[in-house]
Write a protein that binds this ligand. Sequence first.
Ligand SMILES: [Zn+2]
Length: 265
Amino acid sequence: MLGPLKRIVDNSIVRYLKDEPSPRPTPTPRPAPSPGPVDSFEPVPAPRTTPCPHPGPAPSNANTGGPNCPDPAPLTPPSTDPKNPTPKMQVRPARSDRYDESRNGTDIDTIVLHHTADKSDKSSLETLTGEGGGLAGEVLRKIKEKKNGGKVSAHYVIGKDGTIYHLVADEKRAWHAGGGSVHGDKSKDVNDRSIGIEIVNDGDGKDGYTEEQYKALEQLVPYLSKRYDVPTKNVVGHKETNPDKKDPSENFDFGRITRATEKVR
Ligand SMILES: [Zn+2]
């Protein structure tokens, strides 16, 4: 019984005495650093674990998306201004029952920041796109819809790791800030005039906003501000447009976003 064990011991002693260098694995090249902002729109396909729920040709007026669907066309054409390149982002289209085609003739002049009141990227995206989660997801969405007073969406979501998700084309009217007004101006509907950005955060004041989320916002908000000529004073929190709202929570450092936007104005 001791034969094989003895051989192993003997072999190791021999190796030790000969002072042979132990074989080293071939070093693997380091992954290339993240490329940062790019001047072309490069959607990153989402991982697909279950089949696309939209087989066959999609209706022309509907999004074809969802986390498990073939890559849809870019939602908003990329910036053609080399001085204001489109940040790198993932395309995750919202279902077409979550936005309006038209902004009712109103120009974009406001950016509204929110927290999702949800710690998870996955369930935040499911709530805001209407996609994913199977039957359980549908049931959960119905419960959330009741709580939120209806279906909700946003143009962008900032994941915990700083991934920027593009859900609704900028030119469409997303459903993120119903009611209220911008600086008391009730002549324009807030959803008509604004781009909505949801930041994945529980909103309890204790869940921290990550450095990656701030860095993503410091790219995305100035880019949108420059592209649509949104003045810094119109980069606001949801709670500023509606006294019934509390987002983004007190522990969000809004000053960082304001300062980053002022640099491009
Ligand atoms: Zn909100």
